[in-house]
Design a protein around this ligand. Structure first.
Ligand code: PLP
Length: 362
């Protein structure tokens, strides 16, 4: 680990060490070209190879067929909150949204600017501590899409599988904080989008995977930058793309491939989360805040029964090289974000420290 510490930050978040090392070299000299990755023309052969590699790795990892476009966009996942309805929610159509937390609420707020929104289910009644399912989810009669947030970064909950919308309705998923943490069936989706800075790379690029027939549905009179078709037609190069961020995303995807792909990644993430949840379930001081059937494997939110100890816990943990454990300011408590690149040893170190803290604070 050299001089690096365990970084539980929710995003920007830890990246694989091998990727950072490779990026260091590429900053100086990309693949022996004598020019760094940040300095190459975005239209030149070298950057074209970077973009092609990132797209190919993405398609290979998740089995994305040619009927979908893979885009590298800017403006964060937050811009997709408006781009999705701006392009897909037109005329008298209705879009369904599942409200599972702060990010879903933001997506709903933006969608309402463009058309009719039906909130098919919400877990706001219980502080977003669970994922609604079964009869509590009521879809409208003919939605153009069903939007959901697969992993709720702030509340620490995660959909175990796709919501049970009718098969003919495309799902639109904000997968910012769990993309490529496990396999998913792209055929069920119309759009999957994710800001890179949690599970994919540095901030500054947003991955958008979109079904081609939906791209064509958008009104023609939107500003060019805000139409998906512009980015599809130009291969994510209508304007200058965030070249370095795309390079790192490509390397992270390659790292996941070398790890063994999404099945192996999912197994590892499951095992890491289990280390922490198992301890939370037996602890007399700490407890997890998400309902057990809705627990996130990416963001593990927990509290101390004596809440006055929480600030002390976070401060002492930081001194032990366990950084970024403070919960989101809107919910308080603690949060351990353990994305793909976060090592199992860090989860073990956290549990060991929690045990010690519990022993000395009875
Ligand atoms: C962080 C996050 C966002 C916001 O992403 P930006 O790229 O900062 O706009 C949206 N949705 C989820 C689920 C997130 O975790």
């Amino acid at each position: 680990m050299s001089d690096r510490i365990y970084n539980f930050s929710p995003g920007p978040a830890v990246l694989p060490e091998t990727v950072i090392k490779k990026a260091q070299t590429a900053l100086w000299d990309l693949e022996g070209s004598g020019i760094g990755v940040m300095e190459h023309s975005h239209r030149g052969a070298e950057f074209t190879a970077v973009l092609d590699q990132a797209e190919a790795a993405c398609r290979d990892l998740a089995g994305i067929p040619d009927t979908y476009s893979v885009l590298f966009m800017q403006g964060g996942a937050s811009s997709q909150f408006f781009m999705v309805p701006m392009n897909l929610l037109t005329g008298n159509d209705t879009a369904d949204y599942i409200n599972t937390g702060s990010w879903s609420k933001k997506a709903i707020k933006e969608a309402k600017l463009f058309g009719s929104v039906h909130v098919a289910a919400s877990s706001e009644d219980e502080n977003f501590s669970y994922i609604p399912g079964g009869d509590s989810v009521q879809f409208s009669s003919d939605p153009v899409y069903v939007h959901f947030t697969s992993n709720n970064t702030i509340a620490g909950t995660e959909f175990a599988g796709e919501p049970g919308a009718p098969k003919s309705v495309p799902l639109v998923c904000d997968a910012s904080s769990d993309i490529f943490s496990r396999p998913f069936d792209i055929a069920r989706y119309g759009v999957v989008y994710a800001g890179a800075q949690k599970n994919l790379g540095p901030a500054g690029v947003t991955l958008v995977i979109i079904r081609n027939d939906l791209v064509e549905r958008a009104p023609q009179d939107l500003p060019s930058m805000l139409q998906y078709r512009t980015h599809v037609k130009t291969g994510s190069r209508y304007n200058t793309p965030p070249a370095f961020a795309i390079y790192v995303v490509g390397q992270v995807l390659e790292w996941i491939r070398n790890f063994g792909g999404l099945d192996k990644m999912a197994e590892y993430n499951q095992a890491k989360a289990k280390l922490i949840y198992d301890f939370l379930d037996e602890s007399e001081l700490f407890y997890g805040t998400a309902r057990p059937d809705s627990r996130s494997k990416m963001n593990i939110c927990f509290r101390a029964k004596k809440s006055e100890l929480e600030a002390e816990f976070i401060a002492q943990a930081a001194k032990k090289g366990l950084a970024g454990l403070k919960g989101h300011r809107s919910v308080g408590g603690m949060r351990a974000s353990v994305y793909n690149a976060f090592p199992a040893e860090g989860c073990e170190a956290l549990v060991a420290f929690m045990k010690e803290f519990e022993r000395t604070n009875r």
